[in-house]
Design a protein around this ligand. Structure first.
Ligand SMILES: [Zn+2]
Length: 509
């Protein structure tokens, strides 16, 4: 039976311009998807866009276009960025697609039939820009706690979901499944929130038109969360049990920013509980980026606009930096000087030089050909076992979405490789014709360790890893069996590597 893995990003709102936060979540999902694929999993990686709601309707009106025209225009920006960032998604769902609308209407009707949706009246403090009702206790000086703008008291007929009914069930699930909400600090936050008591949730609106109508009651539009969150199953073909839904649901992990944690760990699971569907295995909330030590603002966003970063530094350097610099789950700071430092030190010096030195020596001493290694000495065995330990450590860290630690594991072996060259001193061995086999063994260990390093790096830096594996004479993509030491065969011809990452000199940040 093949192992499957289903990873999602949130669907991004088309009223937003793609920024570093979107890029970060999507990149993390991509690295995970690529990693699972090379480890032999059948992966479904979903991203997409949330295209309904009052804000889109208003923005479209203001721009003199239909909401769908606006969505069609903005969705291309997201898709172009994902192409540029080398994102290997399996499917891109748009909430305006027929498959999604059908699935949401079905889910709504199903929950309604179970008696968990009822018609009532909604009255509370409403923030129009956020499209959110707030209870009085959460307002800050009468203003919206999210955006600090004034709110107004609003009353409307609304369908409600009996979220309160699922409070105990949800709590029991969270407590029985420590992996369900990650990282742990976020889990505690949600446990206290649920314990304070869940209110029924308004799931329809009559104040705008742009959305999915409530089945058999066209005056109501299904409200954002009930619509948007369902993308995780509608993209799999829900309600049809057929191939993808039956195969990939429940999701292995929903990756999200911490601002939408509650929707994913309270609203979404209670909808699923009502519908009798399994809950996602894990919801992981990552932190936020500040920029050069400051909170991200409109003007600062330009400084770290993802397209600009990729043009300036290259896609793999950006991919590496974002996941290396900050432990996933914590807040991080983006600075150009830190990025340049990482490129020069980690990528150009440590990683790039090792490949350059090794392939150049194989050319100099063996005309580019890999020779059968002789018996391994203590120093070789240590290097080999560090390489093998790295594969296991990376596996553990990827399970925990500890991308930064996984990269650290890899870099320890890269550093060990540079040290191995210094200590075995191949140039000295080359002067002694009696040391040919010893020299061949050293070359073999160097190349084989790096081959395994680049297998792992193909999840993080796919273009660089493909280049490096090509230099190392590996044909085709990484395979699961190729993670074992010894897959490099004698007779393989190695190409003398060019610099993988040119140093960035004297550039001011
Ligand atoms: Zn607001």
């Amino acid at each position: 039976m093949s192992r499957t893995f289903y990873v999602t990003t949130p669907i991004y709102y088309v009223n937003d311009v793609p920024h570093i936060g979107h890029a970060y979540t999507t990149l993390a999902a991509d690295v995970l998807a690529r990693y699972k694929r090379i480890r032999g999993y059948e992966v479904f990686f979903l991203t997409g866009t949330d295209e309904h709601g009052q804000k889109v309707e208003k923005a479209a009106n203001a721009a003199g276009e239909t909401p769908l025209e606006l969505a069609d225009r903005v969705v291309k920006r997201f898709q172009a960025l994902w192409e540029k960032l080398d994102i290997s998604y399996s499917d891109f769902i748009r909430t305006t697609q027929e498959r999604h609308k059908k699935g949401v209407a079905h889910l709504f009707a199903d929950v309604l039939a179970k008696g968990d949706i009822y018609l009532g009246e909604y009255e509370d403090w409403y923030c129009t820009p956020c499209e959110t009702f707030w209870p009085e206790t959460q307002l800050i000086d009468g203003n919206c706690p999210d955006c600090n703008r004034p709110t107004e008291k609003l009353k409307e007929e609304s369908f409600f979901f009996r979220m309160s009914k699922y409070q105990d069930k949800l709590l029991a699930h969270i407590e029985a499944n420590p992996e369900f909400i990650q990282p742990k600090s976020r889990r505690n936050e949600i446990i206290s929130f649920v314990k304070e008591g869940l209110r029924d949730l308004s799931v329809s609106r009559t104040t705008f038109q742009w959305g999915i109508p409530v089945p058999e009651n066209g005056a109501h539009i299904i409200y954002v969360w009930f619509d948007a969150l369902a993308n995780y199953i509608t993209a799999l073909g829900y309600p049809e049990e057929g191939e993808n839904f039956g195969k990939f649901w429940p999701a292995d992990v929903h990756l999200i920013g911490k601002d939408i944690l509650r929707f994913h760990t309270v609203y979404w699971p209670t909808f699923l509980l009502s519908a009798g569907l399994p809950l996602p295995r894990k919801v992981f909330a990552h932190g936020w980026w500040t920029v050069e030590g400051q909170k991200m603002s409109k003007s600062l966003q330009n400084v770290v606009e993802p397209n600009m970063l990729i043009d300036r530094y290259g896609v793999d350097a950006v991919r590496y930096f974002l996941l290396r610099e900050v432990p996933f789950g914590l807040d991080g700071d983006f600075s150009h000087s830190a990025l340049i430092q990482r490129i020069n030190s980690d990528l150009a010096n440590d990683l790039g030089n090792l490949l350059n030195r090794s392939t150049a020596m194989v050319h100099k001493y063996f005309a580019g050909q890999v020779h059968e290694p002789g018996d391994l000495q203590e120093i070789d065995r240590t290097y080999r076992s560090r390489t093998e330990a790295m594969v296991a450590q990376v596996e553990t860290n990827m399970e925990e979405l500890a991308f930064s630690k996984a990269l650290q594991n890899i870099w320890e072996v890269v550093s060990a490789g540079n040290k191995y060259i210094d200590e075995t001193a191949p140039w000295a061995l080359a002067k002694d014709s009696g040391q040919r086999e010893r020299l061949a063994t050293v070359m073999y260990c160097l190349l084989e360790s790096q081959r395994i390093v680049y297998f792992l790096l193909s999840a993080f830096m796919p273009i660089t890893a493909a280049r490096a594996l090509n230099y190392l004479g590996w044909e085709g993509a990484p395979t699961e069996t190729g993670f074992a030491w010894g897959a490099l065969k004698a007779g393989t011809v190695v190409i003398k590597a060019e610099a993988l990452f040119p140093r960035i000199e004297g550039e001011k940040s």
